[in-house]
Design a binder for this molecule. Sequence first.
Ligand code: COA
Ligand code: AMP
Length: 631
Amino acid sequence: MSSYAEVYANWRNDPEGFWAEAAKEIDWIKPAEKTFDPDAGVYGKWFTGASCNTCYNSVDRHVENGRADQAAIIYDSPITGNKKTYTYSELLTEVNALASVMRDKGIEKGDRVIIYMPMVPEAAISMLACARLGAVHSVVFGGFAASELATRIDDCAPKMIISASSGIEPGRIVAYKPLLDEAIELAASKPQANLILQREQQTCDLVDGRDFDYASLVDAARSAGVTIECVPVEATDPLYILYTSGTTGQPKGVVRDNGGHMVALKWSMKAIYDVDPGMVYWAASDVGWVVGHSYIVYAPLLHGCTTILFEGKPVGTPDAGTFWRVISEHNVEILFTAPTAFRAIKGQDPNGEFIGKYDLSKFRILFLAGERADPDTIHWAEDKLGVPVIDHWWQTETGWTIAGNPMGLGQLPIKYGSPTVPMPGYHMQVLNDEGEPLGAGELGNIVVKLPLPPGCFPTLWNAEERFKDAYLSEFPGYYKTADAGYIDEDGYLFIMARTDDIINVAGHRLSTGGMEEVVAAHKDVAECAVIGVADQMKGQIPCGFLVLNAGCNREHDEIKQEVVSLVREKIGPVAAFKSAMVVQRLPKTRSGKILRGTMQKIADGMEWKMPATIDDPAILDEISEVLKQQG
Ligand code: COA
Ligand code: AMP
């Protein structure tokens, strides 16, 4: 029997009492004056008046309470052939040493530090060192290009950037340092110092007086045995900024505070993931994404678990058995990844032959998120692994599950295609475009009644008006998730599509608007539309439709190649923008809006209706024709 209904009802009856109880799991320097203050911030703030330190709760307290010799982080890197385990006490030493180096370079509470690194333990150590000093980190995913990094540098004005000489992708070494140098060149705001981790696969030159060698400075601080006290911060102070795609090329700086974030993540580990302290938990994601922040670094460490930091891919490093090797070698009980990783594995090992080669007896539950989990993938994983496969739905903005199947409260029946039910903290509604509530089974805008629970973003960095405009103004009193879907008669949520121009490519969130801005800047492109088309492995991939300037008589293939390169150069390889086609005109409404939704349906071979507002119906036939020619 699941206690979910009772727990959810307890929260509805007394939200503040519910979170005050959960907050007892955190060590506070000073307890909250108010569990929730509705007058603080834009929609209220959690745990006002409290002071705390996230690094203390993630590391120090476990060393003090008997976990000093337990593994905190296991770094497993099939792409380099390296493995390394850090106990909680070793992690504390590393964090102390780095925090001391950072302080020597002038980093104080409230300063921003950008972390632009591959999946190495130093990335997590850097996050924790920032938290220790009360500095605000902003991790930028390594697959983004220099200009994306520059935009983030200008937005959060970091005093320091911590980076590495190189990252390793299958078949190629990604030189990070030239990207970093170019970004600093492009940005108006300049960091005072860079700490660079030299990797043996490819080192880089350091600029005198500006770039410093991570290892030698940290080695010296470690040898000197320097310790840095955890700096008390307000529960409502920012722990980090994580940029995520908005509808334009200007990303949104999602702010996460310290107190509510710790409370929500700590609660989630038992209730949602059914994990106890001391167990091994693995989120196969990247520290550059929200899943990496919450479930590679903070939640497992707050809970006293062992977390796995995996530098590799589900396939090709070296084969489709890597996940099973890691699970069996490190006694992983819980794996959390994106469905696309399973589609990649299934594509290479459809019969699951690699699975049989490893002892997976400790493995208990597979969690999926980041994109819609298609029932085929879930069935395959259930069948081949023989463990529950649990879909759950969340966003960078929320930082933890909005809807899921809380395994620690007792599993609820699974409905394929649904991430199950709302978690405590989330009062869900489905509204039509006029803001009126819809009934069971009716498709509409999924919204959350304010206030959002602890752990969710209180605002966007330096952009409070954008925060209100993007999320709160369309449906007053609610947070707009920008996902469309419905709630069925049993209260199960079904998430069907985004209501904006965000697409989900291999579990990565990308803005087609941002890509259009880049494509439109090509000298031969008069106008363009980028849409997400269905892809068997990645879920969606972007596809550009280009209308060329009148009189342009260059080879279309050449222009397409240039546009593809431009997106890779400006946004990064992660955009996976590889397909562009030239069309005569774009279909538009009479008021000039491009009919991207209809184009997407045509491209996906779905049924579509001629929009009543279309300016010239013949254009859709032209688009269908071009798509047919491209196959
Ligand atoms: N640094 C530099 N480049 C990177 C990068 C990084 N950290 N991560 C990805 N890239 C590059 C890839 O090398 C690839 O480049 P290419 O065009 O030269 O091949 C491009 O960005 C696209 O990467 P990706 O979308 O990851 O595709 P892929 O074909 O390399 O791998 C999967 C596909 C499904 C195996 C991979 O996306 C995956 O493991 N996804 C798991 C999901 C996940 O981590 N989601 C995060 C949220 S839970
Ligand atoms: P991100 O902010 O990168 O985590 O992406 C969030 C978006 O990914 C959501 O708004 C959804 O569109 C999509 N998403 C994440 N998880 C799921 C899920 N379990 N089911 C359906 N869509 C999901």
